[in-house]
Design a protein around this ligand. Sequence first.
Ligand SMILES: [Zn+2]
Ligand SMILES: [Zn+2]
Length: 133
Amino acid sequence: MRTARCVCGQLSVDVEGDPSGVYACSCKKCQRGSGSAFSYAGQFKKAALKVSGEHKAYRDTGESGNWTEGHFCPACGATVFSLFQNMPEEAIVSAGCFEDSSFAPPQILFWASRRHEWLKLPDSTQLLDTQPD
Ligand SMILES: [Zn+2]
Ligand SMILES: [Zn+2]
């Protein structure tokens, strides 16, 4: 069991088990949304998430026409989990919101073509220049 929390602690998400995938993304939207060089998140079954606290959602429609929805704390603004139109059973939880420095490294970096020049990932991370729909 792991708990992901926002900065102020108002919003938390409990998840059981290990993520089915761990991903990072260097697309411009993830850079803006995180204020950092990339987003980093683990994928879980949506039904396995136990969400406590208030959250608001920001829905963004990508070039593919599918939306992604970032759920954030209305008090501190941290995005704790996200949902995807094309993966209705799945959710991703922001890896940085867990207190777990042994959380798995990303298996894939999406939009590697847009990453910051200095960014080096482990050899085990596959670099994808774009993102599959
Ligand atoms: Zn908060
Ligand atoms: Zn992205």
